[in-house]
Ligand binder design. Structure first.
Ligand code: DGT
Ligand code: CA
Ligand code: CA
Ligand code: ZN
Length: 591
């Protein structure tokens, strides 16, 4: 059955191919919008297509014809129209879409007016001058194509998206340099990175200043820049070593807020805001919110707001919601934003490894790190015996480790040290230690580490068993996925979340940027079911503490409130949950 991501990718493929063939723009846009809906939808669309096609048609943004396509895909694993389009359009044209700044409309033109069918024929058409004779192909467009082809040759084999935790540090180190440049007033990163998406297509930097030339110079001299793709008075683009693209916009300080709002996006959110502005007799773009023009094609009226985001939302009668929720169906901006969990709320680390298994810090070093983070509680959770590759602890070693943790407590008067374990959830859902051993521990994180290619039904059963286990507090990285690397398990998140809510078991958002597991859409389901969520750094070394922001961003994108995050609780609430969870269900304890 296709996943929502596969459905989204299929709809996008149809849209791209339709665009290349020069199809009606309304039809193409309907597919693109539907792809974005599929991507952010929390219901399993493939399952819905099979069980209740009528409900599928009711999903906002689908409509009759696209719902039918999804049903066709879910039941026959193919879509006739897609196959027809693929037979019509030369395969090499699709690769052209991966060129920076080249969209389906350009590809349509190249194919129809210059007989370009792939990268090679595009290169020849540029070099031979044949393109220059094509109508609507200006010198500038051709120059952009030439740069894009060159960039593709540098970065072609690179993934098209980059992980949040790799992109953000680069953005920040660039901003640090730009902020020291003469005349710079404000500098920030925007785009998907500011919205906390787990991967970003490119980085968007924004700087306001009195001296554009100095900023441009400073940007072009930044380290990691492999190739400059474009540089003008207000925008520069460059490709970094590693293949990621950075777009810099230089604006006047008075319109920084409007530019930040625009370049933070998402595109859907911008469309929403623009429509609200029009409905209110105003116009919104990256230069500010203005009164509407007096005459139909006259200049816009006077400036209403531009210096900061809050003033623009306020002038539109909306609340300023955090970037993480500025997505399609992100929320109701007429209402105040929810009290989302924040990095500053997190006061405990409940998943951390020492040198006893595969961590690089001792118990004392881990505890000192937790104290320096201002935390009131640290759970030491080394691996269990089945994780032999991670030097998991035998029962015997675990007993001695518990003693060592209890002994260390005396040295840390402000920190509660918990003796815990990250115990493997075996393929059938049994845990890697017996109940007698688990009962010795203050806290149990149960995680899947092996058998990560299970069928969804088996994965659901396996994880449910761990969630229902009376001695388990937290399910660690529930799917085991590795971003851009390993699919992991695809359990039924609705079922897991309902069970987690019922049993008071927390589901973890693992903060490591290669995991971010739960992912944002899963958090949304967990929140909807009323489940508790833990946000943990799964510390293996001191540097992992810095990943907290990525886990928190993921949780915020899923709408996680401060009150539902166990790491944000005060010591009393946290410790009584840990104790009571084991006490509340004597019937389960008896099993
Ligand atoms: P990415 O880079 O693919 O991870 O996603 P974004 O959201 O960073 O997208 P990007 O880099 O293409 O553009 C940055 C923001 O600029 C985007 O979130 C919204 C705004 N923006 C760019 N192009 C358009 C557009 O054609 N229409 C609208 N409404 N907004 C746009
Ligand atoms: Ca971007
Ligand atoms: Ca961009
Ligand atoms: Zn771990």
């Amino acid at each position: 059955m296709p996943t929502n991501a596969e459905i989204a990718a299929t709809l996008t493929a149809i849209a791209d191919l339709l665009d290349i063939t020069g199809a009606n723009a309304f039809k193409v846009n309907a597919y693109r919008k539907a792809a974005r809906v599929a991507e952010s939808e929390v219901q399993d669309l493939g399952a819905l297509a099979q069980s209740d096609p009528a409900a599928l048609r009711k999903v906002e943004g689908f409509g009759e014809s696209i719902a039918a396509k999804i049903v066709e895909l879910a039941t026959t694993q193919r879509i006739d129209e897609l196959e027809r389009l693929r037979s019509e359009v030369p395969a090499g044209l699709l690769e052209l879409l991966t060129l920076q700044g080249v969209g389906p409309k350009t590809v349509h033109l190249l194919w129809n007016k210059a007989n370009v069918t792939d990268l090679q024929s595009l290169k020849s058409a540029i070099d031979s001058g044949a393109l220059a004779t094509v109508e609507r192909m200006g010198a500038k467009t051709i120059e952009n194509l030439r740069t894009a082809v060159a960039a593709h040759e540098v970065a072609g084999s690179q993934p098209l998206r980059f992980r949040l935790g790799q992109a953000v540090p680069i953005a920040e180190s660039m901003l640090t340099v730009l902020r020291t440049t003469a005349g710079v007033r404000q500098a920030a990163f925007a785009g998907s990175a500011r919205r906390g998406r787990e991967t970003v297509g490119d980085l968007d930097l924004l700087v306001s200043c009195d001296n554009h030339e100095a900023v441009r110079q400073a940007f072009l001299e930044l380290p990691f820049i492999e190739r400059v793709l474009a540089h003008g008075d207000t925008r520069c683009s460059a490709l970094l070593t590693g293949g990621m693209q950075v777009d810099l916009r230089i604006v006047d300080d008075a319109v920084f807020g409007a530019a930040l709002l625009y370049f933070t996006g998402s595109k859907d959110h911008n469309v929403f805001l623009r429509e609200r502005a029009i409905a209110a007799g105003m116009r919104l773009n990256e230069y500010g919110l203005h009164e509407a023009p007096k005459a139909a094609d006259g200049p816009v009226g006077s400036l209403v707001a531009a210096s900061n985001e809050e003033s623009i939302y306020a002038a539109l009668g909306l609340h300023c919601w955090p970037p993480e929720l500025r997505e399609l169906h992100g929320g109701d901006f007429d209402q105040p934003p929810p009290d989302l969990v924040d990095v500053s709320h997190v006061r405990s680390e409940l998943h951390a490894h020492t040198t006893a298994s595969d961590g690089s810090l001792s118990i004392h070093e881990l505890a000192s790190l937790a104290v320096s983070r201002g935390f009131h509680t640290l759970a030491i959770t080394d691996h269990s015996k089945a994780s032999a590759q991670a030097n998991g602890l035998s029962v015997e070693r675990l007993r001695r480790h518990i003693d060592a943790i209890r002994a260390a407590q005396d040295d840390f008067p402000t920190l509660r040290l918990l003796a815990g374990s990250e115990v493997d959830i075996l393929a059938d859902g049994r845990l890697d230690y017996d109940d007698e051993t688990l009962a010795l521990l203050d806290l149990v994180v149960a995680s899947p580490h092996a058998a990560l290619r299970q069928e969804p039904a088996a994965a659901t059963k396996r994880l449910l068993r761990a969630i229902e286990h009376p001695l388990v507090h937290i399910i660690g990285h529930p799917t085991g996925r590795i971003l851009l690397g390993r699919e992991g398990l695809s359990p039924d998140m609705h079922e897991l979340s309902a069970a987690a809510a019922e049993h008071g078991t927390a589901l973890e958002v693992n903060c490591h940027w290669s995991r971010l597991d739960l992912r944002d859409t899963h958090v949304k389901i967990a929140v909807g079911a009323g489940a508790l969520v833990a946000i943990d750094c799964d510390i293996h070394g001191a540097e992992d503490a810095g990943n907290l922001r990525y886990g928190v961003a993921t949780a915020r994108r899923g709408g996680l409130m401060r009150t539902s995050c166990v790491n944000a609780w005060d010591p009393q609430a946290l410790h009584s949950w840990l104790r009571n969870k084991r006490g509340v269900r004597p019937s389960l304890m008896a099993r």
